[in-house]
Write a protein that binds this ligand. Structure first.
Ligand SMILES: *Cc1c(COP(=O)(O)O)cnc(C)c1O
Length: 378
């Protein structure tokens, strides 16, 4: 059995201290013992989401929380603007359409970030927009959006601003309350160092008001039900008990490190990754690269899927190819959650070997010298 290394933008590696907590005996969820763990998790989530408002927990993948948000905040026929610059922005569009919202699509070229001025003119053009659906880190392109400016623009027009931060939370800066974001969605398997299976939504006063009037059909994925239980340190249905136990442990390390330090540390890892890739003669895909992952163009004549496959097959290191139209054109290296500086050293050292075997030429070790300098100083 070979050791495996996850350098993918979800799932990402789970530290031993979290895995150990996941293997504890299952407790009943309607007990004081579990309620206390849930309360800790609620407090930890508030800290990590940078909000004083409730952060609701769902037993689902990230998309479940996106679905709960769309169906719980809006009514059929409500006008929303969906900002789509990649796979996950498109998911907002598809979800909103599935719930019969009136969707104005603000599509942008993959690899670019939305221009807040364009959002402003769309909001002027369309009367009574109820919400703007957008993304913190668009994982399919490795792009971080200017959520602060987008939120300000949406708020001025009286629209709710809803942000998918499934991959970005923990690395890309998101002071939810300070920037006035009404609902932030995240998931367990990216920046939060947990296996897949939990999803989260923060809801401020505006979102809570919208929930009272929203008419979309919904049952299980339901922010209102979750909020009513939250007030009693409870969940409406059986939660993924073990994952909540693990969540408490994972959040504690994030609280110890502090979000401000994490934002700086991951941005340094991202900067080092970009520099290392460029030193290998490779081009970056995003014009506004995220702190959570780096999307890199494969060299001319080499398919990114071949790079990904060889790295996994020969060395057990998983990185991700592209999605959609750029599937074979780009590869993506994550620096999120538990992934650290040493993981990047190892990944680039063997990425160099793989690229060379596929015919790409560069000075041996050049990417490692870059990483050493940026990550550990001269
Ligand atoms: C991973 C991810 C999701 C959710 O995907 P699931 O597979 O449902 O967990 C949503 N948005 C972004 C930006 C993501 O990276």
């Amino acid at each position: 059995m070979k050791r495996k290394y996850l350098m993918t933008p979800g799932p990402s590696p789970v530290p031993a201290f979290v895995r150990e907590s996941l293997s504890r005996e299952i407790m009943h969820h309607r007990t004081d013992e579990f309620r206390e763990i849930l309360q800790h998790a609620h407090e930890g989530l508030k800290y990590v989401f940078c909000t004083k408002n409730p952060v609701l927990i769902f037993s689902s993948s990230g998309t479940g929380a996106m679905e709960a948000t769309v169906s719980s905040l809006f009514s059929p026929g409500d006008k929303v603007i969906s900002i789509a610059g990649g796979k996950f922005g498109q998911r907002w569009t598809e979800l909103a359409k599935a719930y019969q919202l009136d969707v104005v699509e603000m599509t942008i070229d993959w690899g670019n970030a939305p221009d807040p001025e364009r959002l402003k003119s769309l909001l002027e053009q369309h009367a009574a927009v109820k919400g703007v659906l957008t993304t913190l880190c668009e994982t399919s392109t490795g792009t971080v959006y200017d959520v602060e400016a987008l939120a300000k623009t949406a708020r001025k027009a009286g629209a709710l601003i809803v942000v998918d931060a499934v991959s970005g939370l923990g690395q890309d800066k998101l002071p939810t309350d300070e920037w006035g974001v009404d609902a932030v969605v995240s998931g367990s398997q990216k920046g939060l160092m947990l296996p897949p299976g939990l999803a989260f939504v923060s809801v401020n006063a505006n979102a809570q008001t919208a929930m009272k009037n929203a008419q979309c059909s919904r049952y299980y994925l339901n922010l209102q039900k979750a909020l009513a239980s939250y007030a009693k340190s409870d969940t409406p249905f059986t939660p993924a008990v073990s994952l909540v136990v693990g969540l408490k442990e994972a959040l504690r390390t994030m609280q110890e490190e502090r979000m401000e330090s994490r934002w700086v540390r991951f941005e340094t890892m991202a900067a080092a990754t970009r520099k290392a890739a460029q030193a290998l003669g490779l081009k970056l895909f995003s014009s506004r690269p995220s702190a959570s992952l780096t999307a890199i163009r494969a060299p001319e004549g080499i398919k990114s899927t071949d790079i990904v496959r060889t790295l996994r097959k020969n060395y057990g290191i998983s990185i991700a190819a592209g999605q959609g139209d750029v599937k074979e054109k780009i590869f993506r290296i994550a620096h999120m959650g538990w992934i650290n500086e040493q993981d990047l050293m190892m990944t680039f050292s063997l990425l160099e070997k793989v690229l060379r075997s596929l015919g790409h030429t560069f000075e041996n070790g050049v990417s490692l010298a870059c990483l050493q300098e940026v990550l550990y100083g001269k």
